[in-house]
Design a protein around this ligand. Structure first.
Ligand code: HEC
Ligand code: HEC
Length: 215
């Protein structure tokens, strides 16, 4: 698939910031013990599901299974810095050490449960079209050009396959209120801002339904 020039520029910016972060964290202290890691992941799974498949409580807890480690770590850091606002995840994340962030990200990458499902099936076909072709009239590029043809993501681009449809809906309809909240420290969330903004609610529902069934 041909990737438009703006997307390439965006990817390069992401790659540069990822390298800078890797340097910052290069001198993290000793590794995390298996016992510490298990205690922590058991805790995460009380909300995110026993296999990291996500969970529907009074609101949707996102799937973490199969997530790209770099994206997952970026989000934990964004919660800690309050660039991404969420009171629950700030409390969870701000006590985690840099080596623990890395160990958690690797743990969840390796899980592969079935998607939870539950989205209206009649929206899937329209959602697939949006995912693969974008919406040229509204200047929405194909999601696949960044998130990958199977929505598995790569590096700082998140996996969307199997994500809870109601979680995706909530994130895309409140992007600018939750992500990139430190204007002095712009982050990768800026790439999704205009895309989330240009989608109608009906289009978000459709693409979220499609993604939620992908394995
Ligand atoms: C008390 C419930 C709870 C616990 C415990 C919890 N989380 Fe979360 N987590 C949430 C909720 C709710 C969200 C969604 C926040 C939002 O809507 O932006 C979330 C979001 C996340 C995200 C962002 C996912 C994405 O796709 O962007 C990551 C990463 C994450 N949690 C990792 C963890 C890890 C790792 C642990 C264990 C150390 C953990 N969480 C423990 C409730 C919890
Ligand atoms: C130009 C590249 C690009 C395109 C095109 C793109 N995305 Fe994204 N998307 C990203 C990046 C980068 C992130 C991670 C942002 C961050 O780290 O804060 C992201 C994050 C997301 C998230 C948040 C995931 C989570 O777990 O919270 C969703 C949902 C999403 N994109 C859906 C879509 C959909 C649907 C489309 C197509 C309509 C799309 N994206 C098109 C780059 C892109």
């Amino acid at each position: 698939m041909r990737i438009p020039r703006v997307l390439l520029a965006a990817s390069i910016a992401i790659a540069a910031s990822a390298t800078a972060q890797a340097e910052d964290k290069g001198n993290g202290k000793a590794d995390v013990s298996q016992a510490e890691l298990k205690a922590k992941t058991d805790y995460c799974k009380t909300c995110h599901g026993l296999s990291g498949q996500g969970f529907r409580g009074s609101f949707p807890m996102p799937r973490l299974a199969g997530q790209q480690p770099e994206y997952l770590e970026n989000q934990l850091q964004a919660f800690i810095d309050r660039r991404r606002t969420n009171p629950v995840m700030f409390n969870v994340a701000h006590v985690l050490s840099p080596p623990m962030l890395k160990a958690l990200a690797e743990h969840f990458r390796d899980l592969n449960p079935k998607p939870l499902g539950g989205a209206p099936k009649e929206l899937v076909a329209e959602g697939k079209k949006i995912y693969e072709d974008g919406i040229p009239k509204a200047e929405v590029p194909p999601c696949a050009s960044c998130h990958g043809p199977e929505a598995k993501g790569s590096d700082a681009f998140p996996r969307l396959a199997g994500q809870l449809h109601d979680y995706i809906f909530r994130k895309l309809t409140s992007w600018d209120k939750e992500r990139g909240q430190d204007k002095a420290k712009p982050d990768n969330s800026a790439i999704m801002g205009p895309i989330a903004h240009n989608l109608t609610e009906a289009q978000v529902r459709a693409v979220a339904a499609y993604l939620s069934y992908l394995e």
